[in-house]
Design a protein around this ligand. Sequence first.
Ligand code: HC0
Length: 589
Amino acid sequence: NINITINGYPVDVKKGKTILEAAEEQGVRIPTLCYHKDLCVAGNCRVCVVEVVGQKRLSAACATPCEDGMEILTNSLKVRNSRKHIIELLLSEHNADCTKCYRNGSCELQELASEYKIMTQDFLELAPMKNYTIDMFSPSIMKDDSKCIRCQRCVRTCSELQGVNALTVAYKGDKMKIATFFEKPMNDVVCTNCGQCVNHCPTGALVEKNYIEEVWEAIADPTKHVVVQTAPAVRVGLGEELGMKPGERVTGKMAAALKRLGFNSVLDTDFTADLTIVEEGNELLTRLKKALVDKDPDVKLPMATSCSPGWIKYIEHLYPEYLDNLSTCKSPQQMFGALAKTYYAKARNLDPENIVSVSIMPCTAKKFEANRPEMHDSGYRDVDYVLTTRELAILIKQAGLDFEKLAPAKFDRLMGESTGAGVIFGATGGVMEAALRTAYELVTGRDVPFDNLNIMPVRGLEGVRKATIKIEKPLKEWSFLDGVELKCAVAHGLVNAKKVMDAVKAGEADFHFIEIMACPGGCLGGGGQPIPTNPEIRRKRTEAIYAEDGDLPLRKSHENPEIQKLYKDFLIEPLGEKSHHLLHTKYTK
Ligand code: HC0
């Protein structure tokens, strides 16, 4: 440890810590803009400047390591004046049309301008607003360069977390901007729509395409029956957007709020997460049989999960030769959509034409997914509108609901019941764990050989995790699997997906089953989740997801009574004709 002083107070800090980290530990907040806990240090916005006594120039706290004996001033007159100037300069190049901005009230630059009481427009004349366009072509993300402060968080996010590099720094000097390849629309480049750039942008330069008004209109239309589904990860994130602490489970309050908003039926994506497991578990076993017994050369292993639309887009762009490795299961969101306008419509005696199907997702790529041409198997667009967790919070605020005071409510039925296996879909490794709980039991008639069904090797936040499960004493039908070690891999964040896919491509990996989620932490860290999302917050949401699973009476998808009823009354059997038509698809090159 080394000794420094911060604002005159002696402090003992670990060697290697930056001034920013040391100050934070002492409860001294230094403002930042380009800095983000998920990303490498850039040190380019200079908002975090501090004075180190004895040094002529101010230092960026995020990029300066503490040294023994350092006397640091975070709030001297010199620091405050410089910081104020920096904020003024940033504002001079920023379209500060705040009242019309989607991030009004949640913009980090606006917050700083307010904190430092920037009331003048000293630099506005120096940098008149240049011509700019707003890219609105993507169904998921809007990019408005006039709001960009060139902190490059989005560029680092797209490259460091996702390895996609759809955004880059173009031009130099005052012409410098954040651009796509040849400045094409985001919709036409390698962007996966994951929205991590949106989640990391401090201003309104990158935001989700919102469908708030469309949903209000549907709710207000008496001829429409509006059903809403809520993704697993929303229940552990929504509270943050409404003033609660990270990691608070708000499942019941969320259902109560949705009812008050006027949705006709408040249902759960977790229900179709359970359905996905029944279909996907059976698909995996069928593939294993074809590969191991029939030696069918057309069967592709490893089978890869197909529920994360950012991952689908990524594999389409970068590993198209592996598209046949994807499970043919649609994502739970899309299974839900297809069933809402068929099974649900029939059971409720509704004309599917009049059903509006809305989903609340922690994800911006889900907006793209719902818009895909493959997703019309009900005969209509299966999911009409996708709102992010953040958009739902806006709806709740607009409705004037005091979220914390709402008494918890239950989801409605049909398609509202779920198990713990459905819930854990929201965390990285969750789909794998849920699938193994069901597949192992299907094959052996027994529970997975892990304490209390908790398959710990696939849990956690390490980028890539591997697990092997030995199948012992299978039922007669599955005797070919006796002694087989089922090899699994889990990756989250596309930069980690690349590691797994490159290993598969190089023939260095003999996995049977891989789960890939586009976002760090899985959906709970999705691009549509509350801002900020960072490693600490992801950890808290992860704990909440597993706690929710642990508290549920049913924790295996195939035990969900509503799923059993769905097969009995409608689908008949897993991988059957109806399933094939409504619940499965194939992504092509
Ligand atoms: Fe997910 Fe999903 S788990 S992708 O992350 O499979 O968005 O939460 O809704 O569809 O269920 C997101 C979350 C979902 C889907 C589910 C899957």
